[in-house]
Design a protein around this ligand. Structure first.
Ligand code: PCA
Length: 214
């Protein structure tokens, strides 16, 4: 059995849950084909430990594809991240109290890495399932971007495709009023399943606009 590694994050910034992990964990063991299954694991939300944890998981499971997920407070849809950048700039402390500002993720590393996932096809498929999704041009500059960058750095030049998906806050666990964007956890699980299935099934991405003017 081959493994697609799916990660979500532990809660951060005083939250009690993180929907990226709550959704990911429900896909643990799900098959993407006869001989490919999903293994879901949780990452710590800390600059010092998230990357080593991810590296250990990659060594342990020898995955054929890796998709990391995290929560993007304030976003309303699945954000298929296009690019990871080589900078940490934390607006809030991580779970170990670290708050790096303008430090590189990898000293001497390239300025950025593109995702190697077919993000346009993933957006299309998730939307066709009736779930909101878009291409995102930035994964931020906190722990999610760091993990995304380290993931792409670790797998650069290999045949193992990898990337990052941000999910919105979940309803009703994190958001009770209608003023903030959110998505029901059950919808998130289905959207994530469709995104992973499409990523696994699609070798060459489709050409479809996913850009922004500014
Ligand atoms: N979201 C944060 C870190 C962990 C998470 O789930 C981020 O977007 O960087």
């Amino acid at each position: 059995m081959q493994t697609v590694l799916l990660t979500g994050f532990e809660p951060f910034d005083q939250d009690l849950m993180n929907p990226s992990w709550e959704a990911s964990r429900q896909l643990d063991g799900v098959r993407l084909s006869e001989d490919v299954h999903i293994v879901a694991r949780r990452l710590p939300c800390a600059f010092a430990t998230a990357g080593t944890c991810l590296t250990r998981l990659i060594a342990e499971f020898d995955p054929v594809m890796v998709i990391a997920t995290g929560l993007a407070p304030g976003r309303s849809d699945f954000s298929m991240e296009r690019v990871a950048i080589n900078v940490n700039d934390a607006r809030i402390p991580d779970n170990l109290g670290a708050q790096p500002v303008d430090t590189p993720v990898v000293v001497g590393g390239p300025a950025a890495y593109f995702t190697t996932l077919p993000i346009k096809a993933m957006v299309k498929a998730v939307r066709e399932a009736g779930i909101a999704a878009s291409v995102s041009q930035t994964a931020g500059t906190f722990v999610c971007n760091q993990v995304f960058y380290l993931l792409q750095h670790a797998l650069a030049g290999t045949a193992i495709r990898s990337g990052f998906i941000h999910v919105p806050p979940s309803l009703p666990d994190q958001v009770s009023g209608a003023a903030q964007p959110s998505m029901a956890l059950v919808t998130m699980v289905e959207g994530l399943r469709v995104a992973l299935q499409t990523a696994w099934d699609t070798q060459v991405d489709i050409v479809q606009t996913g850009g922004q003017v500014s």
